[in-house]
Design a protein around this ligand. Structure first.
Ligand code: NAP
Length: 250
């Protein structure tokens, strides 16, 4: 059995109240990582995740913050740093969709998706970075999407937000490479979650034809990859866009 090399570290996972973020929080806890659980609307769900994490034996608490709002992000990061003195691992997972064809896309649909997915990643990363630089250790792990690589009809806003995260990752990885901080993006394909499970059957059937493995992924497929990237074993991996999508991006 390989012993965890990140046991005792401190993580902040955004959008950890459910779905992929929740799975990432639980998987990091399996490595002995203490996890602050960010949520925006789902307070009760976030508290349940905290209870699940504490049951594993790590420290955890729920922390509110809309990642699109810079002042809320600052307050959230300060409260984690006040409680624990540090954040070693930031997982920028919070994300939304607001689908529709571009010709009919409202300013709100564009701004909301950019605000949460892209600006949220910027706000949270900037807020934790100075302290990571000081401590000479950090992991920034962004959750992108296969759609940021391939594009998708009805998701120009979402695709643009996730594609921008790729550029963000590569540029920042270069900026902080000598400080022992790695910056990577994981790009999931279609993962079985509340959002994907409710798609109409005919849409699911169409999507399935794009996936060489012929089925959707599970939240733990993403979580295992994030746990590896967070680990010391991945210390030479930076600036990378790692797909976990059953072959969809090939
Ligand atoms: P989900 O089940 O809808 O969960 C989204 C999470 O993000 C929730 O915990 C939600 O928190 C949080 N969130 C949304 N807006 C927020 C904001 N402004 N501030 C803070 N938290 C916010 O989604 P998911 O499917 O697990 O997706 C997680 C990430 O993976 C997203 O970045 C998504 O784009 C990406 N992704 C998902 C798939 C997939 O197939 N599921 C594929 C590729 C990429 P509250 O409920 O507390 O508001």
């Amino acid at each position: 059995m390989v012993k965890s090399d990140i046991e005792g570290k401190f993580a902040l996972v955004t959008g950890a109240s459910k779905g992929i973020g929740r799975a990432i929080a639980l998987r990091l806890a399996d490595e002995g990582v203490n996890v602050a659980v960010n949520y925006n609307r789902s307070e009760d769900a976030a508290h349940k995740v905290v209870a699940d994490l504490e049951a594993v034996g790590v420290k955890s608490f729920a922390v509110h913050g809309d990642v699109s709002q810079v002042d809320q992000v600052q307050a959230m990061v300060s409260s984690v740093q006040d409680a624990w003195g540090r954040i070693d691992i930031l997982v920028n997972n919070a994300g939304i969709i607001s689908d529709g064809l571009l010709v009919r896309m409202s300013d709100t649909a564009w701004d909301d998706v950019m605000g949460t997915n892209l600006n949220g990643t910027f706000h949270c990363t900037r807020a934790v970075l100075r302290q990571m630089i000081r401590q000479r250790w950090g992991r920034i792990i962004n959750i992108g999407s296969v759609v940021g690589i391939r594009g998708n009809i009805g998701q120009v806003n979402y695709s643009a937000s996730k594609a921008a995260i790729i550029g963000f990752t590569k540029a920042l990885a270069k900026e902080v490479a000598t400080r022992n901080i790695t910056v990577n993006t994981v790009t999931p394909g279609y993962i079985s979650t509340d959002t994907v499970d409710v798609l109409p059957q005919e849409t699911k059937d169409r999507i399935m034809t794009w996936i060489p493995q012929g089925h959707f992924g599970e939240v733990d497929d993403v979580a295992h990859l994030v746990a590896y990237i967070a680990s010391e074993r991945a210390k030479y991996l930076t600036g990378q866009i790692v797909s976990i999508d059953g072959g969809m991006a090939i």
